[in-house]
Design a binder for this molecule. Structure first.
Ligand code: NAD
Length: 260
């Protein structure tokens, strides 16, 4: 038996998805999953070589069209121009995934203002400014989807990551505000709150046997999240018509951490 209607609801065929920070890690996994659902992919990353590699890999594995743009999203005043350049090349953006991020790990009392700003800037301000630059185009197109990559650290705090926790909590609020403001234009906004994945962002933590063991002990499923399979297909759901009535939500994909 096949399920053509079901497949159609999850399909992203003919759509273009822009994913920030897709040069590696979770963003790369999201790019693969969205491409497997049929979306053309725009990879945006500060690390040009990684962006190129993701774009080439996704195109060769799935056959979709891919584009790649080197962009430093901490340069707030440049974001509108980045989006203009991207639109000139790929014509439209139907799906925006705000994923790029950094971490600064140190005791709260030792945080400099510059470090605080660098974390808040990329997770929160860049997500807002990317949406602000893309949404007018989505409105012209008749709608779109935004998916912000939040974190369980927006709900639970761990020591030494004060700016990250604050920014990720803020991203949940930003997601709700975007949903409320842009729903009249047929733009749905949701967020994914991943549990822990082993990526460059978390590598230092996992190299510490004690902290690594602590993380694993908190996950009922006793394994880390895998970018494409565990998070990517949730992004496909949120970007597709399968989630037509899901709006302004943070979906936590954490192997049960927050429930435990
Ligand atoms: P990562 O470090 O592997 O990837 C982050 C990507 O963002 C990199 O490709 C990096 O070059 C890019 N980036 C950083 N600063 C940028 C800038 N100024 N301009 C453009 N691109 C920039 O990390 P990851 O684990 O894949 O994280 C991706 C997202 O997932 C982040 O928002 C992170 O907070 C979130 N997240 C990660 C985990 C985890 O356990 N890894 C858990 C929850 C949420």
């Amino acid at each position: 038996m096949d399920y053509p209607d079901l497949v159609k609801r999850f399909s992203l065929g003919g759509q273009t998805a822009l994913i920030t920070g897709a040069g590696r890690g979770i963003g790369r996994g999201l790019a693969m999953a969205l491409a497997k659902a049929g979306a053309n992919i725009v990879v945006v990353d500060i690390m040009e070589e990684n962006a190129r590699a993701t774009a080439a890999f996704v195109a060769s594995e799935t056959g979709v069209k891919t584009y790649c743009h080197a962009a430093d999203l901490s340069q707030s005043q440049k974001i509108k121009d980045y989006v203009k350049d991207i639109l000139r090349e790929c014509g439209k953006i139907d799906i925006l995934i705000n994923n790029a991020g950094i971490q600064v790990r140190k005791p709260a009392l030792e945080f400099t203002l510059e470090e605080w700003n660098s974390v808040v800037n990329i997770h929160l301000t860049a997500s807002f400014l990317m949406a602000q630059a893309v949404v007018p185009e989505m409105i012209r197109q008749g709608g779109g989807k935004i998916v912000n990559i939040a974190s369980i650290n927006g709900v639970i705090a761990v020591p030494n990551t004060i700016a990250y926790s604050a920014a990720k909590s803020g991203l949940a609020g930003l997601t709700r505000a975007m949903a409320v403001e842009w729903t009249p234009f047929h733009i749905r906004t949701n967020a994914i709150g991943p549990g822990y994945c082993r990526t460059e962002l978390t590598e230092r933590l996992f190299q510490d046997p004690e902290r690594s063991q602590w993380v694993m002990s908190r996950i009922p499923m006793k394994r880390l999240a895998e970018p494409e399979n565990d998070l990517g297909y949730v992004a496909v759901f949120l970007a597709s018509e399968a989630s037509a009535y899901v709006n302004g939500q943070v979906i936590y994909v954490d192997g049960g951490w927050l429930a435990s």
